[in-house]
Ligand binder design. Sequence first.
Ligand code: GUN
Length: 291
Amino acid sequence: MQIIDGKATSAQIKKEIAEEVEQRLAKGLHRPHLAAILVGHDGGSETYVANKVKACEVCGFKSTLIRLEDSVSQDELLAHVEALNNDPDVDGFIVQLPLPRHIDEQAVIEAIDPAKDVDGFHPVNVGRQSVGLPCFHSATPAGIVELLRRYNIPTRGKNVVIVGRSNIVGKPLAAMLMQKGEQGDATVTVCHSATPDLASVTAKADILVAAMGRPGFITADMVADGATVIDVGTTRVPDASRKSGFRLSGDVDFEAVAPKCTAITPVPGGVGPMTIVSLMLNTLEAARRRD
Ligand code: GUN
């Protein structure tokens, strides 16, 4: 059984990005610039955004963080989005999700200029991805595909089962893995809360992706011997033994499932760091397009 080390892989990719940034600067090209809008003080979102800012430093990018209070109105938030759309110094930006309930998340996503949508959430990028055109790929699915590629885990002709149909993981990952090509060509099944006898479907997976946000949900009986298991879950579970008071839990019962697998991602240190590195790759691509 092999542990798929997203932390080490992401560190290697950040090194590659930093080298390209150095080459860009030596040629007189501009330093890539990522901006992020963070609304409110949700602990998980704070951590994600802090990690994105840190990754920018490691990659040699400029970063800008715009913090807004929970009470911000939709119009104020949209005005910030518009300002970033029009800022020639910004290559790409993200609005960290989730947003407070009084804000229409989809309206905010649709207000982002698709050319600066380095999260790949705008319907223009989603649509371009689904028909196989150049686009900004959604960061978590792109990170998973890159992990499989770097670990030489083929997808061609394989049964991939994805549990979870979210707009930011399940749906775009299914679209990527079913595309023609070396990193696609899989037979993809997407399961969700209305799937009957889920275990009978997951047990047929060569590659099983758990992305529903339910700690420890995937148990050993749901996994085929020799499967590759990708765990996207990162739920904060109360843990009094930790200084922080919580630990991150994946959607897979790692201790029980790992011995059955050919390869498996841990939580933390699996998919999470790859999501951030995909965002860096999208930002670098946005900068290249604006050269
Ligand atoms: N919230 C959870 N994951 C993400 C992500 O990849 N991008 C943004 N903007 N918000 C998120």
